[in-house]
Design a protein around this ligand. Structure first.
Ligand code: SF4
Length: 349
């Protein structure tokens, strides 16, 4: 049972500062959180790290957020995308009572601000006309997280959130309304949802629904409290050896590089076989973001593929150039020396 605390926003700003590097998963330059805490309370969620005691029980409702956002938006370039993806679902049940998210979308729609929203809740469909208004002017993308299609496993891993099939139906409804959609397979939990069978089933479902793109990332275990919480979650699922973390995480907060490299490759191959885009395809954001953002994303997404095909040096060059373009510190010579020079010049003009 969750309870709500109506409050003024505690942070000095509604939006994050502009990111020093564009987020290649979410195409974003800024991050925005609506509520603090999340009633869905998925045990793997990073949100627990910031609020370990009351993350899913005590939901802070920042009543002044929309008004303050409206003021801050005046300082934001309309070619920069704002992502609402972090640590709290914007369409958790609180939204039915407070409609903070709806007011935020109204501000975005009034100025055509590009945005990307991550939610597990079909309640977003109630705001579909606002999303369409934004998307007609610039870009509104909706993503959902999907980590398994196994009903029993989903019950144990994220039983308070709407079930995976409802999320897929939500994506289909959004697509029918012309809204681009993506799936985040996050987190990939080693030996839980990362088997070839589970991955194939999940990606096959994404392909059948014709989602525009997928991304993935791995379980993050930043401290011992989160490790204990994840251990409890694992105990609900099956019996895992006591060496589970030592073998695959060691003393790191992310799973080891060998594991990641191997799984990344498998994901990529499977997506290619199914014709699924890995990361948002260029056609989706072409001409809809600031040219420097568009060029930086093309470079980063190309760099990701280069990395997985063993071209570390090329990948690094793409990523460095992406950051220089994004921050406006690039020279004409640097652009001309890129293998993607023609594409970049086409975007940057
Ligand atoms: S729905 Fe998202 S934000 Fe909410 S607890 Fe689950 S993973 Fe975290």
């Amino acid at each position: 049972m969750s309870y709500y605390i109506r409050d003024a926003l505690a942070a000095p700003n509604v939006l994050s500062t502009r990111r020093p590097t564009i987020n290649e998963y979410f195409l974003s330059s800024y991050t925005l959180s609506i509520y603090s805490g999340c009633e869905f309370g998925c045990p793997y969620c990073d949100g627990w790290v910031y609020d370990p005691r009351s993350f899913s029980q005590q939901i802070r409702v920042p009543l002044d957020l929309p008004q303050r956002l409206a003021i801050e938006l005046n300082q934001v370039d309309r070619g920069d995308l704002i992502a609402i993806t972090a640590l709290s679902d914007p369409y958790q049940p609180a939204e039915q009572s407070f409609r903070i998210m709806r007011q935020v979308l109204q501000h975005f729609a009034d100025r055509g601000q590009p945005c990307l929203i991550m939610t597990k809740s079909p309640a977003i469909l109630e705001d579909i006309s606002l999303l369409q208004r934004i998307n007609e002017q610039s870009l509104a993308i909706v993503m959902t997280t999907l980590i398994t299609l196994d009903h029993n496993l989903a019950e144990r891993l994220e039983g308070r959130a709407p079930p995976p099939t409802l999320r897929l139906d939500m994506l289909t409804a959004l697509q029918r309304a012309g809204i681009p959609v993506g799936v985040a397979v996050v987190p990939v939990i080693p030996y839980v949802n990362d088997t070839d069978y589970a991955m194939r089933r999940l990606l096959q479902a994404c392909a059948e629904r014709k989602v525009d793109f997928v991304v993935w990332d791995y379980l993050y275990v930043p401290d011992r409290y989160h490790r204990n919480r994840v251990s409890e979650m694992l105990a609900q699922i099956g019996s895992y050896p006591s060496s589970y973390y030592r073998d695959i995480y060691g003393d790191q907060i992310v799973v080891n590089a060998d594991y990641r490299a191997e799984r990344n490759l498998q994901f990529l191959k499977r997506c290619d076989m199914l014709g699924l885009n890995v990361h948002a395809p260029h056609r989706l954001y072409m001409g809809k973001l600031a040219p420097r953002n568009e060029a930086a994303l093309v470079l980063k997404h190309t760099g990701f593929r280069s990395l997985l095909s063993g071209q570390q040096r090329v990948s690094l060059l793409h990523r460095e150039l992406a950051d220089q373009i994004y921050t406006g510190t690039v020279t004409t010579e640097q652009i001309q020396s890129s293998p993607l020079a023609a594409t970049l010049q086409g975007i940057l003009g």
